[in-house]
Every structure is written in structure tokens, then in C-alpha cells.
Design a protein. Structure first.
Length: 282
């Protein structure tokens, strides 16, 4: 079995925020995980203005000057806003790009190894193609992405739930979950849900193969995987969920596996999505 690549805790986090209501939970959770990771934190805000095609050169020049002044005001406002949450921000960055591109390019240029985003709590029902910034960043990111729902009940990380499949993506996610559990001194609950009944499938790997040792409970459930994961999470109330992401390319764009998608949309706990291991051709 392949060894998971880049298997280490994040040391540089990019928080992409729109400063809206969802950002309060995002910043609160950044403060919660800061003692665990001791990371460098970069706060990114994207503002993008399309210049109308009918603007004259003089209007464009005036617009550019006004925009430059607005950037100064925005930076001061963001700095004051961040202090309200007591998060030690190493760098504040404003980018003149659409939010998804700003988050992805900002993470790459700042050499971040984790992106944090807030969600707006939209329901998943009936939505196959998802349009939010968070979900589009997830589809395109090669980095882990931590999504914090706006109404999450946030607590110090004492219990981590890792729903996993038996493939390489699941193994990679579980390894990351174990690292977080070890660093946070948290209990790690490993959950495998499957749709079919019948003979139990043997797990192709076990807890002894994890890169670190932590307190572990292993639980297997039968039924619709997404429904069982969500039902189990409701009963266990974890402080964080860690899942793998199987993003597949189609002629219509990139899509998650249906299990990850459904859990993500119905989830009201912080959820860390770990991308498919680099070099995995699937």
C-alpha cells in the first residue's frame, strides 16, 4: 500500500474570510486549534470589482485610485476585526480576485498547508452542482480544507470522528486524523459504514499501521453510509470530523463522492477534508 504523502500537521494556515456572519465561527475555531498546531496564520480577504467595459480611460484611472484607497481602509478594518477574536495573525492579505481563485492562489503563494473556510449552512437536498466558495475550493484544492459551519457548537478538540473507506483515500484521511488526535490528546473514533449486508469485509489495514498512537474506538455500521455517518455523529457529537475526498473529473466539472458531499452539506461540526493522496491516478 502506498505511503501517504506530506503526512504532517499543518504549520501555516490560510483563513479565507468574507468577514460575514459565518466568519465568526471560523475565527473562533481558529483560536481553538491554535494551541494544537501552533501555526502561522494568514488572514485573506478577497474583493473583486469588474470595471464596466464602457468606462473611459479617465474613469478607469479614477476607479483605480479609489480602489487603492479602499484597500487601505479595508486592511485597517480587517486588522481591528481580527483582534476581536484574539487570533494571532501573522499576515493580512487582500487580493483583487474572485474568492475561489484568491483562496487557492493565496494558499499556494503563501505556501500554506491548510485552508480554513466558513460555510453558509445551505442544505444539500436537491443540489447536485454546488456553487459556494467553500465547495468550489474543496473541489480544486490539493491541500486539506477545514470547513467550519456558522452555527457549529465549538469546543476544544477532545473527540475526532474519522469515517473512512478501505481505499487509499480513506487510509490517508485516517492517518491525518490520527496526527490531529495525537497532537490534541483527543480520542479518535474510526467509523466504517457500508450499504450491503452479509459477511463482514476484513479491514485491509488496522490501527497499528497508524503513524502515531492515540486512544481509538473502531466501529462498523451497516446502512446508507452518509446517513449512518450523520446519525452516528449526532449521537457522539464529535469536536471535529475528518474525511477523505474523492474528487472525480467529469465533462461537467469536478464532483465529490456522494458520501462526502452529503455529509459535508448536512454537517454542523467542523469538518476537515483530506484530498486524495498526490500521485494517486484514480
Amino acid at each position: 500500500m502506498k505511503k501517504a504523502l506530506n503526512l504532517e500537521l499543518p504549520h501555516k494556515i490560510l483563513i479565507a474570510s468574507d468577514l460575514g456572519p459565518a466568519s465568526k465561527a471560523l475565527m473562533k475555531y481558529a483560536e481553538i486549534i491554535k494551541p494544537i498546531l501552533k501555526p502561522q496564520i494568514i488572514l485573506l480577504y478577497a474583493q473583486h470589482f469588474e470595471v464596466p467595459p464602457y468606462f473611459t480611460e479617465g474613469q478607469i484611472s479614477f476607479f483605480a485610485k479609489e480602489l487603492k484607497e479602499a484597500h487601505k481602509t479595508a486592511r485597517q478594518h480587517i486588522a481591528r476585526w481580527a483582534k476581536d477574536f484574539l487570533v494571532d495573525i501573522a499576515k493580512i492579505q487582500l487580493r483583487e480576485e474572485p474568492p475561489v481563485e484568491a483562496a487557492l492562489l493565496g494558499a499556494r503563494e503563501n505556501q500554506a498547508d491548510l485552508i480554513m473556510l466558513g460555510s453558509h449552512g445551505r442544505n444539500w437536498v436537491g443540489r447536485i452542482w454546488l456553487g459556494s466558495v467553500a465547495e468550489n475550493v474543496l473541489r480544486r484544492s490539493s491541500l486539506p480544507v477545514l470547513i467550519v459551519p456558522p452555527h457549529a457548537d465549538l469546543h476544544p478538540v477532545k473527540k475526532i470522528l474519522s469515517p473512512v473507506g478501505f481505499g487509499e483515500t480513506g487510509k490517508n484521511a485516517l492517518n491525518h486524523a490520527a496526527l490531529w488526535a495525537k497532537a490534541a490528546k483527543a480520542k479518535l473514533v474510526i467509523l466504517h459504514a457500508r450499504e450491503t449486508s452479509g459477511p463482514k469485509l476484513p479491514c485491509p489495514w488496522n490501527a497499528k499501521e497508524l503513524p502515531v498512537q492515540c486512544e481509538i474506538d473502531e466501529i462498523a455500521l451497516e446502512g446508507n453510509p452518509a446517513e449512518e455517518i450523520l446519525k452516528f455523529a449526532e449521537s457522539e457529537n464529535p469536536d471535529m470530523i475528518v474525511m477523505g475526498s474523492d474528487v472525480k473529473k467529469t465533462t461537467l466539472g469536478s464532483v465529490f463522492s456522494s458520501i462526502t458531499e452529503r455529509v459535508l452539506h448536512a454537517c454542523h461540526w467542523p469538518i476537515l477534508i483530506i484530498p486524495k493522496p498526490q500521485g494517486d491516478p484514480r
